[in-house]
Design a protein around this ligand. Structure first.
Ligand SMILES: *Cc1c(COP(=O)(O)O)cnc(C)c1O
Length: 342
């Protein structure tokens, strides 16, 4: 099977991330994050976000999201998320587990985006003691549907959340793709958008593994190191988790790779839309393309050796581009889809 477009985590390490990991692989250094690479990586993230935020490195996105949400809630609280959010559909209950029972309340909204009216409805429909007390809103940027919240949409959500007394978490597993798509300073769509805690994605933008948890709200960060340790998320050789961030954030490498992935997705969607029977499900605003294909076509595409996921929408197929996607791969996939639909 060919996994070229199955997900951006099917791609390997980008050269800059690999080189930084090799650079860190020298000599004896303090463990558990007390090393110079961890310090440099944290500083690079602070510089990128133009904020004196607190930074923690964890192994994956499920840990980043669920530990972040646990730090924002007590067990009797609730978290408002989109019904297609990764925290709801793809984390095996980890947010509920690590927060000792905090409930997710599901909101609908077009194109994977939370609608402020839906958020307000979920929060205000009950205020009695029997309802899990709404405490946090979590949004995914870019969304699970490959769309990107605009500055205006972020501002509306910020105003809604703060008006309702909700803290804000952002799942930025593909944050680089959102920054590239919007072409704005990263701080503008996080710190300035009222985000208290950000899960900042490293893996899908080209690192071997690792995500960062970024606290703009410093009060919430107080015990987070202990939470990470208890959850098995404190790397002893932390330098290997941290160093790739230094390589990625140097000279805009991360944004160049994200821009490339986004532009490959644009070309893929344009090519696919020329094919009779292919329908785009969502606007392509980051590095993912969702299409519907006639059922037999899906089967033929799979039989011709291409792997892809179909977990969102009935009949929907997802293709994801990465730093490693090439023009010729895009052309190959377009040709394979066309052949599958003949
Ligand atoms: C990939 C992804 C994550 C992280 O998933 P892990 O497999 O736990 O690293 C989180 N949120 C979204 C939206 C994702 O796509």
């Amino acid at each position: 099977m060919r996994y070229d477009f199955a997900s951006d985590n099917a791609a390997g390490m980008c050269p800059e991330a690999r080189q930084a990991m090799l650079d860190a692989d020298s000599g004896y250094l303090p463990s558990y994050g007390n090393d110079v690479w961890t310090e440099r990586a944290s500083d690079a993230i602070r510089a990128m976000l133009e904020s004196a935020c607190e930074v923690f490195f964890v192994f994956n996105g499920t840990a980043a999201n669920s530990l972040a949400l646990a730090s924002l809630c007590q067990s009797y609280h609730s978290v408002i998320c989109h019904e297609q959010a990764h925290v709801e559909t793809d984390e095996c209950g980890a947010p509920e587990f690590f927060s000792n029972g905090t409930k997710l309340l599901l909101a609908s909204g077009e194109n994977g985006k939370l609608h402020p009216d839906e958020v307000r409805r979920l929060v205000t429909r009950r205020s009695d003691i029997h309802y899990p007390k709404p405490k946090t809103l979590t949004m995914t940027q870019p969304t699970e549907c490959g769309t990107v919240y605009t500055l205006a949409e972020l501002e509306e959500l910020r105003a809604t959340a703060q008006g309702l007394g909700l803290k804000i978490h952002m799942d930025g597993a593909r944050f680089a793709n959102a920054c590239s798509s919007l072409a704005v300073a990263p701080g503008l769509i996080t710190r300035s958008a009222g985000v208290d805690v950000l899960s900042l994605g490293g893996c899908k933008m080209g690192m071997a593994l690792g995500e960062a948890v970024v606290f703009f709200n410093l009060e919430l960060a107080g015990d987070f190191a202990w939470r990470c340790k208890q959850a098995g998320q404190l790397a002893s050789k932390m330098r290997y988790l941290a160093a790739p961030w230094v390589g990625m954030l140097r000279d805009g490498v991360w944004l160049r790779h994200a821009a490339h992935a986004n532009s490959m997705a644009q070309q893929l969607s344009q090519g696919l839309c020329q094919i009779t029977g292919v329908k785009l499900m969502y606007p392509v605003e980051a590095n993912a393309v969702f299409v519907t294909l006639p059922g037999p076509g899906i089967e033929r595409l799979r039989q011709s050796g291409w792997a892809f996921y179909q977990f969102i929408g009935s009949g929907g197929v997802r293709f994801v581009c990465s730093w490693a996607t090439t023009q010729s791969l895009v052309d190959e996939l377009i040709a394979a889809v066309a052949a599958a639909l003949i």
